[in-house]
Ligand binder design. Structure first.
Ligand SMILES: [Zn+2]
Length: 426
């Protein structure tokens, strides 16, 4: 019997375990923010893997953003050494989930099964992928006990809020250094026949227009920051949005609409702060002396972040040319460089071959419109051989009645096991 057939049998044999593990993970409500039950989920995984011969560690990201004694940022890393020297393949999943939100018809932490689906917050993003990778690794070790190299599985905190208490922390401790880990697979829900090579870049900034406060009955005595901001937004409509829509990328970003540069205005605030719902009085008549927007600019691998920022400064200067009293400030909030792993990188080639073997069709290559933990592996860890590959549909992430398909999980577990066979089994 060849190794591929043995792996298929080992995975089939573990189907019930795959569903049971997925359900156990969904039932631990690791809500972030604020970051609940991180230790519990790390212990659940560490107990399981330690019992199967892994060396496991629980690592708290002390003093990372959000870390406190009430909500400690716990991470779990498990490692299994092979029989001979070789590469290390690392599966990284985030264990946190976003808020439940409204509109559920199921218990968000009940892990209900109906037909081919397991429902729950985090089912597809990404406890289904985490469980699939654990089962894939266990099946591989059973089928190929004399493999070369090492396998690591990590469950990390805070991906949904930037990953600073999770992968960024581990990377800063050297855990993704190229001499330690050679291949990284992040089982985010990108669908079982797609390989996600990376993501677009991000720049968040706050833009503030400044004026002068005055009585609202004599606005000519003041200078309205809201009217200045109106001019800024009009200039964006006029010149910036058409410019961005025209910038197309060679990156295979999905969905198609994200294959260009984009800009979202996340928020706008001007003038008097809004009062709480319990305030029953009227607002006061004032000319707004400050108005702020937060912009979320997503940029392409073909663009430099310096150009992206210069575009906004140029726009502000154009507005200023027509408004003599106009003043403004731009404050950087957050930035991430775009990243895209080469298609001929070893982990990409192995995964493409495994998808073709398991599903009988060619793998599709995609790039994510938003970022995920690959940014830290790439930038802090300096490791380029990294992809996202896992079961589930990205559209379901963060939605009510989120689910993951049982068949999808079993298929991608088989793909992951075959990748291990290709990278470590020879
Ligand atoms: Zn995710």
């Amino acid at each position: 019997m060849d190794l591929a057939t043995r792996l298929k049998l080992e995975i089939d044999h573990r189907r019930d375990e795959l569903f049971a593990l997925t359900r156990d993970l969904i039932r631990i409500p690791t809500l972030n923010p604020p970051g609940r039950n991180y230790l519990e989920i790390c212990e659940c995984l560490s107990d399981r893997l330690a019992a199967r011969g892994f060396q496991t560690e629980l690592i708290r990201a002390h003093d990372a953003p959000g870390d406190s004694d009430r909500f400690p940022r716990w991470n779990m890393v498990a490692r299994f050494e092979g029989a001979r020297p070789g590469d290390c393949v690392h599966f990284n999943s985030h264990h946190d989930v976003v808020a439940v939100g409204h509109g559920w018809t199921r218990d968000p932490f009940g892990a209900e099964i109906e037909g081919d689906r397991i429902y729950g917050r985090g089912a597809c993003d990404m406890k289904g992928g985490l469980a699939a990778s654990v089962i894939a690794v266990e099946a591989f070790i059973a089928a190929c006990p004399d493999f070369a190299g090492a396998i690591e599985i990590s469950a990390t905190a805070d991906e949904e809020t930037g990953g600073y208490g999770g992968v960024a922390y581990l990377a800063s401790q050297g855990r993704f250094a190229p001499e330690r880990v050679q291949h990284v697979i992040i089982p985010e829900p990108l669908h079982k026949d797609q390989i996600c090579l990376g993501h677009r870049g991000v720049w968040w900034a706050e833009i503030e227009t400044q004026g002068r406060i005055a009585h609202g009955s004599m606005p000519f005595l003041g200078d309205s920051a809201i009217r200045h901001m109106g001019a800024v937004l009009a200039e964006m409509e006029e010149t910036l949005y058409p410019l961005l829509a025209g910038k197309r990328t060679e990156m295979p970003v999905i969905p198609e609409g994200a294959r260009a540069s984009t800009l979202n205005v996340n928020s706008i605030h001007g003038g008097e702060p809004e009062q709480g719902a319990d305030y029953t009085g009227l607002p006061a008549p004032c000319v707004a002396d400050r108005c702020r927007i937060v912009i979320d600019r997503r940029f392409l691998i073909e663009e430099e972040i310096a150009e992206v920022k210069a575009e906004i400064t140029a726009l502000m200067e154009r507005v200023r040319a027509g408004r003599p009293s106009f003043r403004y400030e731009i404050r950087d909030l957050f930035e991430v460089q775009p990243t895209m792993t080469e298609r001929d990188a070893p982990v990409v080639r192995s995964t493409a071959a495994a998808i073709a073997a398991v599903l009988g069709r060619e793998a599709r290559y995609v790039v994510s419109p938003g970022t995920y933990d690959q940014k830290h592996v790439d930038r802090i860890g300096r490791l380029k051989n990294c992809i996202a590959y896992g079961p589930g549909l990205l559209e379901l992430a963060h939605q009510p009645d989120e689910w993951v398909g049982i068949e999808d999980m079993a298929d991608s577990a088989q793909v992951m096991a075959l990748v291990l066979a290709d990278l470590l089994g020879r």
